[in-house]
Design a protein around this ligand. Structure first.
Ligand SMILES: N[C@@H](Cc1c[nH]c[nH+]1)C(=O)O
Length: 370
């Protein structure tokens, strides 16, 4: 079968102007915000040995990776589906002796093996920050506030933050809601489906309050406090402490059993949404990095997905384009650029502002609308 020219595999695409620039700018703004809080950039490779991507964080599975045999090393390599695991590898190896906590930031493409209905694209631009060495309330507060500040700097408004407690069900099942290990996955599936009837039929009514509580943060916390389990109470206290300093403009919700996309997160997780954008724009939480000697280290971080934001028309290009006719003094064009204009030089006499998508033309030394 011949592949038509220009056809890309399903889930892949070219970004054209102005979207390619909008993505780059979004990445830049998030990284600049993270840098201003002390997060230094690392740049791991696009692909690496499969073993490096699966072992480091709990529950990344080899079958979820796009794998191939490297003709050079003859070993199985995989394209990264998430940069967090690579940052974990760096922190556990080359930066293992760096004083803790280590603050690192990253931005780059990731590749998912399969698209989802909500996200048909398989390649995505991920940008984020990780704090390694701590997963305390103070660390969570910092990570959540840097994520929200970064989105604000990138021009994203109408943010909703949905808290979750990724390993709560396991904790309760080993504690006050003692459950046989064999039944935990059945109960998890019923909780995922928010199947109250199913939980009752499975004689797991004790977990029902977790389904019923999901919703706006304050009301959800109040409901769950009635559930009064020691482990849950301490997590609710932690969530309240994380939520307290947040800008009132950020809408807060809590879905205590949401775990979709939180395969490796531990006690704390959150998803980010923005008005007018379908699906999540970011996600984060606490997790554990496994070192070479088996030692486990706590960490916490966030990732923002730039594609849905740009697809929704956010982060538009605000600089205006100025058409510079043939024969213009280069020093004048340079002055315009210094003033913030994008200058587009005509290289032939028949070029036009319309052909160069210019909003203005340089005429008699000054910009005038085209
Ligand atoms: N990398 C995770 C989010 C995350 C960052 N740090 C911790 N969790 C994701 O994209 O789902």
């Amino acid at each position: 079968m011949t592949i038509p020219p220009g056809l890309l595999p399903e889930g892949f695409r070219d970004r054209l102007p102005p979207e390619a620039e909008a993505i780059a700018r979004l990445v830049r703004r998030v990284l600049d915000t993270a840098a201003s809080h002390g997060y230094e950039r690392v740049s791991p490779p696009l692909a690496e040995f499969e073993a490096g991507l699966v072992g480091r964080l709990k529950s990344t599975r080899a079958q979820d990776l796009l794998r191939f045999v490297d003709p050079v090393s003859q070993r199985t390599m995989a394209v990264r589906p998430d940069i967090t695991a690579q940052v974990g590898r760096i922190a556990a190896t080359r930066m293992a002796h760096h004083p803790r906590p280590v603050r690192l930031a990253y931005g780059g493409s990731v590749l998912k093996l399969k698209a989802t209905q909500l996200r048909p694209e398989r390649e995505m631009m991920q940008v984020g920050a990780e704090l390694i060495g701590l997963d305390s309330v103070a660390a969570a507060r910092e990570i959540v506030s840097v994520a929200i500040e970064a989105l604000g700097q990138a021009g994203v408004s109408g943010i909703t933050l949905d808290f979750t407690l990724p390993n709560l069900v396991e904790t309760l099942a080993q504690g006050s809601l003692a459950t046989e290990p064999a039944r935990i996955s059945e109960i998890r599936a019923l909780l995922d489906a928010k199947d109250a009837g199913g939980l009752a039929a499975a004689k797991a009514e004790a977990f029902l309050p977790l389904v019923e509580a999901a919703g706006p943060f304050d009301a959800a916390v109040a409901r769950l406090r009635g559930f009064a389990d020691g482990a849950l109470v301490s997590r609710l206290d932690a969530l309240e402490a994380i939520a307290a300093p947040l800008d009132a403009a950020v809408a807060l919700t809590l879905d205590p059993t949401e775990r979709h996309g939180f395969e490796y997160q531990s006690w704390f997780g959150f998803s980010l949404f923005a008005e007018g954008v379908s699906g999540e724009i970011g996600r984060g939480g606490s997790y554990t990095i496994v070192h070479e000697d088996g030692r486990e280290e706590p960490a916490i971080g966030f990732s923002i997905y730039c594609d849905p934001l740009v697809d929704a028309g956010l982060a538009p290009h605000e600089r205006q384009r100025l058409f510079v006719p043939v024969g213009t003094d280069p020093a004048l064009a340079a002055r315009m650029r210094a003033e913030g204009w994008v200058t587009v030089a005509a290289l032939t006499d028949d070029d036009t502002p319309a052909a160069q998508i210019c909003s203005h033309v340089l005429k008699d030394g000054a910009p005038v609308p085209a």
